[in-house]
Design a protein around this ligand. Structure first.
Ligand code: ACO
Length: 403
């Protein structure tokens, strides 16, 4: 390993790597990706096995603690999460300050950031106890806040969490139920949403996780850091892509228009890109997209929507793109966002909530990385250098000198 810092101190040289395409910003033992082979491991376990055999909360435990829980550990962990699902009643006032048509991610940024104003009791980041309780609070409360964002935008009353339900059942009830009905989530749909959360739980040093780490490197509190991650995730090149995919499929509208849109994506003079295609690290099929396509089949079959026009369009667009020279040469494959929007739509989640759903799954990854970084004795404030391209030193012109 080259000791870049010593190299810099001795020579004044530093590396210039826009977009960090080949710079590791940290060491981490949480998630491993082999982008050439399409491999994704959380703490060493393949994503395919976790998606098949584990629940999202087990995966949360794994990401936070490094090992899968024993039944006793799981019972205790689930109980602790359940205890923290409610938000402080004062927090509900924050929502009223927003327009009803505000984007849910704008509200998320404000409300999750505001959590730090409620938990002065546990903001000592050097204390492992405080870090653990912050992680629990975030994993427990983010779903409640996501559901509140949706309820606020529709004018329906907020739903209190219900402790007898599982993590995902409780979220679906808060999001899709009303106080007037006994909302009973369909187990196939619960499993599908659980899987979506597992697939989004972590993805090593992506833009939002790197943002969380950079914010945390200054010693900022965990709620502020996760808020920074939420803000970064919002962009269409990152977590905003699932929303953009569905909008794009609706715009394409019909199989007969696919070639026109593929040609637009290939045109250097057109900024249009096929949303849900391409990835900085995967130069092969994103393993999460494969699992998401399976989940999409399961959900649409369960709901009797196997003839769904948008799903058929997505499959055909994928087939045509994967046979196209441009996409083959640039190794552009569907990523996790390509099918997740169709599944979320079928589950009854409105399009403008998709990125907030991504944030809900990713919260555990963000907080695990934040915790790993703070615990690292060699941790330093993140402070990239720059390649300066501005004017050389010069004097203020005489007409600007005050006499
Ligand atoms: N459609 C058409 N062309 C594309 C696409 C696409 N979706 N993605 C990349 N390309 C082309 C680029 O135009 C570029 O071509 P060039 O070499 O001729 O200039 C080449 O492929 C490499 O693209 P970059 O933007 O340099 O690759 P980068 O690694 O920086 O970007 C990204 C990756 C942002 C995901 C990109 O593929 C993209 O914009 N995809 C669409 C948005 C999307 O789906 N985002 C979700 C990402 S996954 C996630 O966040 C969970």
């Amino acid at each position: 390993v080259v000791d870049i810092q010593t190299l810099y101190q001795k020579t004044g040289m530093f590396t210039y790597d826009p977009g960090f395409t080949s710079t590791a910003s940290c060491s981490s033992s949480i998630t491993y990706i082999d982008g050439e082979k399409g491999v994704l491991l959380y703490r060493g376990y393949p994503i395919e096995q976790l998606a098949e055999h584990c629940t999202f909360l087990e995966v949360c435990y794994l990401l936070l603690n490094g090992e899968l829980p024993t039944p006793d550990e799981m019972q205790q962990f689930e109980g602790t999460i359940t205890m923290h699902t409610m938000v402080h009643d004062q927090l509900t006032n924050f929502f009223k300050g927003f327009r009803r048509d505000a984007h849910p991610m704008a509200i998320m940024v404000a409300v999750v950031g505001a959590l730090s104003a409620f938990y002065h009791d546990a903001l000592d980041i050097k204390s492992k106890r405080d870090r653990d309780i912050s992680a629990i609070r975030l994993i427990a409360k983010v779903p409640t806040i996501v559901a509140m964002c949706h309820k606020y935008s529709t004018g329906l009353p907020f739903m209190y969490p219900q402790n007898k339900l599982s993590y995902v059942e409780n979220f679906m009830r808060m999001m899709l139920g009303t106080p007037c009905d006994d909302f009973l989530p369909n187990p196939v749909l619960v499993k599908a949403l659980d899987r979506i959360l597992i697939l989004h739980a972590d993805h090593e040093q992506n833009a939002s996780t790197s943002t969380v780490r950079l914010a945390g490197s200054s010693g900022a509190n965990p709620y502020a850091c996760i808020t920074a991650g939420i803000a970064c995730l919002w962009g269409a090149a990152h977590g905003g892509a699932n929303e953009a995919v569905l909008n794009m499929l609706e715009e394409i509208g019909d199989v007969s228009n696919i070639t026109k849109f593929i040609n637009k994506a290939k045109d250097k003079n057109d900024s249009f890109r096929l949303m849900g295609f391409g990835h900085r690290v995967y130069k092969n099929y994103d393993p999460r997209a494969k699992l998401m396509r399976e989940t999409c089949h399961e959900v649409l079959t369960e709901l009797g929507l196997h003839d769904d026009k948008i799903f058929k369009l997505a499959l055909e667009l994928e087939r045509i793109a994967l046979e196209d020279e441009y996409f083959i040469e640039k190794k552009l494959y569907p990523n996790v966002d390509y099918y997740s929007g169709i599944v979320l739509h079928a589950l009854g989640i409105p399009t403008n909530m998709f990125t907030a759903m991504f944030a809900m799954g990713r919260t555990v990854g963000w907080i695990s990385h934040w915790d790993e970084m703070i615990a690292d004795p060699e941790q330093k404030i993140g402070r990239p250098r720059q390649l300066y391209t501005g004017a050389t030193k010069r004097d203020i012109p005489p007409q600007h000198i005050k006499r």
